[in-house]
Design a binder for this molecule. Structure first.
Ligand code: SF4
Ligand code: SF4
Length: 99
């Protein structure tokens, strides 16, 4: 039996994402808190789908397309409680492929 190694990107590529246009399921409550009060900006390096990005001016942008609904960003932001997080509406969001 041979072992096939598959990297994370290849695995992620097997998933499909259905965008709910204009209705992001995660929202940053107060962008100023990210820019001025959050030194760690943990969301920007923990997200497996790279949804959060630090901009040159220190602000943080969030694009939820491709979100895997893992919930890590919300958990890591508990100090600032600055993320409003819901599951996408039925039929939208990540569609996991099994097998
Ligand atoms: S961890 Fe929370 S407060 Fe900090 S940058 Fe991310 S969303 Fe903003
Ligand atoms: S729930 Fe997970 S995949 Fe989605 S934005 Fe948060 S950390 Fe990224």
């Amino acid at each position: 039996m041979s072992m096939v190694s598959v990297n994370v990107e290849e695995k992620l590529f097997q998933n499909r994402y259905r965008v709910d246009a204009g209705r992001p399921h995660i929202r940053i409550r107060n962008a100023d808190v990210c820019t001025n009060d959050c030194r760690e900006k943990s969301c920007t390096f923990v997200c497996p789908a790279s949804c959060y990005k630090v901009e040159g001016n220190g602000s943080v942008t969030l694009i939820t397309d491709g979100c895997l609904e893992c919930g890590s960003c919300r958990i890591l932001c508990t100090d600032h409680d600055n993320i409003e997080w819901e599951y996408p509406r039925g039929g939208h969001g990540i569609l996991f492929k099994f097998g």
